[in-house]
Design a binder for this molecule. Structure first.
Ligand code: ARG
Length: 595
């Protein structure tokens, strides 16, 4: 009964939110399916009554059909000034349709212009931990981590905007076996490392050199192993110092990338959980979850083929152990309501096993804590193979971003970049170059592999960053150039939309919260990209077909004076630019007024 009543309450909440609609209201995500167009109105259709019927079966409710339930909902609708009972329709099968009348459409758009684009309502402030970026120390951050960084930053912004409390966590790989050879190599190369910071400089080269020795030299390999054991035992101050030097160097490099991409993240890497690992393993052992195989301590998890290795035969811990300790800490100490792992699809099995283990041993109660693996595919080169440099090396992110900037310059200069002030040009260049890299990634479904192509991401037409950014400059400049504060003027000029192109744009704009609800649900930001692209296309038809501001031109002097202003349309431009700006910001992108 509880569950069904819960559903009832949830449904009434949906309906109430519909009633209070304003752009700030929650558009029911799952309950009310895709918006449909009815004449000049927009409608939402809900199958909630059909779902409810199945749920209440045998629970003693007096409803026999979905139509009965739908009618009961209709009859009990709370009062609202915006939507009347006549705006709801119940059909024979029990579908409820809510029609958003033109007047309400205008109200919502006016609200956007006056109050800004407010996020859909959030019931209770929830805490979400987003584990993203998470490169490995000393190994260069590669394009896979770039994807995680871009997608993760976008999800952080989405959920922050929605009112969640977001903990942005960089789960860097700073504790793995690679440190053995790195520390051994550091000791050989820079024997004076205790007193003087070694000029490691190129960490990737340093990594490569130590790997080469590790693979070729048995003696060195043995030493590398002992160094890891010493590191993990935590008793050797020198080893710890060497480890820290290497981490610091890596960190500096990561920071440069984050700064350029406007990414905020806090490091809490694998080593952070080291102090907890012994007790986690001991606890699992005590409760009988662990068995020993070939000297390793392993843990089988229901429905998962591969066991987790919680302790190696030399007493060291693994990636599995750190993830177990991390999930426990996130739930029990950090009190997360939701944990999101933005990690490549290649680690699905690992993460699934960790999640099932956490459930199995009772740390994770799925009814209380939501856990998601936001998986993403590979980055491919234009040749369809794994993204590499011509010489076959992994592409360094700094080089990649540098190239993005160079290429974006060409694009800007081909337009009108020339007559911008230097600081305007710099801002535009930043917006286009990094925007292009981010948008190319976020506008494709994250689960598929994605082909990295500067040519494609910098095209001026199509679903690209430059197209959207230029569209923004056009939308936002109309009122600005005319010197009008639309948010003030609109109160004196009530909105009404009657023409096809303006209605189409208005109807699309009010769907923004619904799109946000959807991506909060499925964590697929590309839907937002497609939505924003659609807005720009509708805007461009609207702009071509309808007059917004008309000018008189003095034939003798060529000076233009405003003859007439269509305020509702100007409000539409403003609303479109605000929605676009907010949407792009959720995708991690900056807009500029001029390009
Ligand atoms: N450092 C890992 C890698 O580069 C990603 C870590 C993802 N997060 C996690 N909690 N396992 O593959």
């Amino acid at each position: 009964v509880d569950l069904s009543e819960g559903r009832m309450v949830a449904l009434f909440d949906h309906v109430r939110n519909m009633l209070e609609m304003g752009i700030e209201a929650t558009f029911p995500g799952k309950g009310f399916a895709n918006a449909m167009l009815v004449g000049s109105n927009v409608s939402y259709k809900s199958a909630a009554a059909l779902t409810l019927l199945k749920r209440i079966d045998g629970l003693g409710f007096p409803y026999k059909t979905a139509h009965d339930i739908a009618s009961a909902i209709h009859k009990n609708l709370p009062k609202s000034t915006l939507l009347e009972s006549s705006h709801f329709e119940v059909d024979e099968r029990g579908f409820i349709t809510v029609v958003v009348p033109a007047k309400l459409l205008a109200t919502i758009l006016t609200n956007i212009v006056v109050h800004g684009v407010l996020p859909p309502k959030q019931e209770k402030k929830k805490r979400v931990i987003i584990d993203f970026s998470s490169p490995n120390i000393a190994k260069e951050m590669h394009v896979g981590h770039l994807r995680s960084t871009i997608i993760g930053e976008s999800l952080c912004r989405l959920l922050e905007y929605r009112g969640f409390e977001v903990l942005r966590v960089n789960h860097v790989g700073d504790w793995g076996t690679q440190f053995g050879m790195l520390i051994a190599h550091l000791k050989d190369e820079f024997p004076n490392f205790r007193n003087e910071s070694p000029p490691i400089g190129d960490l990737q080269a340093f990594y490569k050199a130590s790997k080469k020795r590790f693979d070729a030299d048995e003696e060195f390999k043995k030493r590398a192993y002992t160094e890891v054991v010493k590191l993990q035992a935590g008793t050797d101050a020198d080893v710890r110092h060497a480890w820290k030097l290497i981490c610091d160097e890596s960190r500096r490099e990561f920071e440069l990338i984050y700064k350029r991409l406007h990414v905020t993240i806090k490091e809490k890497g694998e080593s952070f959980y080291q102090p907890m690992m012994p007790s986690v393993v001991a606890d699992l052992e005590k409760r009988g979850f662990v068995q020993v195989e070939d000297g390793r301590k392993i843990m089988f998890v229901p429905d998962q083929a591969v066991p987790l290795t919680v302790e190696k035969s030399d007493g060291g811990y693994t990636y599995d152990t750190s993830d177990l300790a991390a999930i426990k800490y996130r739930i029990e100490e950090e009190h997360a309501d939701w944990i999101i792992y933005v990690v490549d699809v290649g680690q699905s099995l690992h993460l699934e096993t960790v999640f099932s283990a956490a459930k199995h041993v009772g740390w994770l109660d799925p009814a209380k804590v939501r856990v998601d693996h936001v998986a993403f595919g590979l980055v491919l080169g234009e040749d369809g193979k794994k993204f590499k440099t011509r010489s076959g090396d992994t592409v360094r992110l700094v080089d990649l971003l540098d190239e993005a900037v160079e290429r974006a310059k060409v694009v800007l200069d081909s337009k009108r970049g020339g007559d911008l002030q230097p600081e305007e040009y710099a801002a535009a260049l930043d917006a286009v170059s990094y925007g292009a890299v981010k948008y190319a990634d976020l506008s494709t479904s994250r689960t598929s592999d994605y082909t990295f192509s500067f040519d494609r991401m910098l095209k001026l037409v199509g679903n690209t960053a430059p197209y959207l950014l230029y569209a923004y400059t056009r939308m936002s400049s109309i009122a600005r150039n005319a010197g009008i504060d639309v948010s003030k003027e609109i109160a004196k000029h009530p909105c009404e939309f009657t023409e096809g192109p303006e209605l189409a744009l208005a109807r699309a704009l009010i769907r923004f919260p619904e799109i946000l609800n959807r991506i909060t649900d499925d964590l697929m930001p590309h839907t937002l990209g497609s939505f924003l692209y659609e807005i720009c296309q509708l805007y461009s038809t609207f702009y071509e077909k309808l007059r917004i501001i008309e000018h008189d031109v003095d034939k003798a002097t060529g000076t233009k004076t405003i003859k007439s202003i269509h305020y509702p349309r100007l409000a539409l431009c403003e609303a479109a630019s605000l929605v676009l700006k907010q949407g792009l910001s959720i995708l991690g992108m900056d807009v500029v007024g001029k390009m």
